[in-house]
Design a protein around this ligand. Structure first.
Ligand SMILES: Cc1cc2nc3c(=O)[nH]c(=O)nc-3n(C[C@H](O)[C@H](O)[C@H](O)COP(=O)(O)OP(=O)(O)OC[C@H]3O[C@@H](n4cnc5c(N)ncnc54)[C@H](O)[C@@H]3O)c2cc1C
Length: 317
């Protein structure tokens, strides 16, 4: 049997952006529901130490998520985790969210914060050593590899630029790239090529990760000869692209060619009453701070939208 529930705002995604929206909306006395597909906290919970969230020292992602969750709940925000969205109707005045368990929720406004995920190599051992030597974020984890020897995977601008930024910490970085040339701007190629700490293994790719507690070595396949060799390393940073979790929004709202949600400076999408924030929107820098900032704007813009709508209805009646 279906249950029906109406909210002022439904927030889709319970990472730092979604939780921030929940805090602001429920504190503004708006009836708010956060619907989250996975574990509450999003990518934050994958982070063993967050050292760059202002005002908070020595905290892991799980702890920071719990604080944000508690804060949202204190103000009355309702949260449902481990749900699966089956369908969405966004282009009507009343928005509808249908879950795979048959539950139907409606709202006057929606904030989309489904975040994203780094593209993975999808090879043996990658899941095992994620956060134990394998990283997808130089800003987040570079500091943990002081004076260590690392490998950087990728051949685009982010791989080359992030590799140069990692040389602040590491003693040596080896870029492993599948082609014999880079798909990056010339300045980035020159900066990396001229750097004394950076070496290159071209036309090659990682085919397996090995270690005990932490990552210790990788198998690299030469794509021209097919030869596989073992390479000792303290860490591997993978920069082969980013995938926004917006597959479920295709044909529902405007996405750009990379599947990122297109928003204006008030975090409005192309549909009235629908806002978006965090890692799933079209932007360059993806951090907890940027996500919570955008979610603040989205929540305030949604509050103003609902306020104006209420006034409009009042005037009409
Ligand atoms: C290993 C790692 C370390 C990092 N370290 C740091 C760091 O130290 N400092 C820093 O500032 N940033 C760090 N980041 C980046 C930071 O975690 C992200 O920028 C931030 O979490 C993005 O927040 P978000 O809320 O937009 O998205 P996410 O954190 O991705 O959260 C999105 C949430 O939405 C849910 N969701 C997805 N699709 C749906 C759907 N269809 N329906 C319902 N829910 C859905 C997801 O399950 C998830 O819970 C790190 C990232 C990684 C991967």
């Amino acid at each position: 049997m279906h249950t029906q529930n109406h909210f002022d705002v439904i927030v889709i995604g319970g990472g730092p952006a979604g939780l921030t929206a929940g805090i602001y909306l429920s504190r503004a006395r708006l009836k708010t529901l956060i619907l989250n597909e996975g574990t509450i906290g999003g990518q934050m919970v994958l982070t063993h130490e967050i050292a760059n969230y202002p005002g908070v020292e020595n905290i892991n992602g799980f702890q920071l998520s719990n604080i944000m969750k508690k804060q949202a709940k204190t103000f009355g925000c309702e949260i449902r985790s481990n749900i699966m969205i089956k369908d969405l109707i966004l282009d009507k005045a009343v928005k509808t969210v249908i879950l795979s368990d048959g539950t139907i929720y409606t709202s006057d406004s929606v904030i989309l914060t489904p975040g994203g995920r780094s593209r993975t190599l999808n090879v043996e051992g990658e899941d095992v050593f994620k956060g134990k030597g394998i990283s997808y974020c130089a800003t987040c984890d570079g500091d943990f590899f002081k004076d260590k020897e690392i490998v950087v995977v990728g051949g685009g601008n982010s791989a080359l630029e992030e590799c140069v930024s990692l040389t602040k910490y590491v003693s040596k970085a080896t870029i492993v790239h599948q082609f014999d040339h880079f798909q990056a701007f010339q300045y980035a190629v020159e900066e990396a090529s001229n750097h004394e700490k950076i070496n290159f293994i071209m036309e090659s790719s990682i085919v397996a990760f090995h270690g005990n507690e932490n990552l210790e070595s990788i198998d690299i396949k030469n794509l021209r000869t097919g030869e596989i060799s073992n390479f000792k390393t303290d860490g591997v940073f993978i920069f082969i692209g980013y995938v926004p979790n917006t597959e479920f929004l295709k044909d529902k709202i405007k996405l750009n060619q990379w599947g990122e949600i297109v928003v204006n400076t008030d975090m409005e999408t192309d549909i009235e009453g629908v806002y978006a924030a965090g890692d799933s929107i079209a932007k360059k820098y993806r951090q907890i701070t940027t996500s919570v900032g955008e979610a603040t704007i989205a929540a305030m813009a949604a509050s103003e939208y609902l306020h104006k709508k209420q006034i409009l209805q009042f005037t009409k009646n």
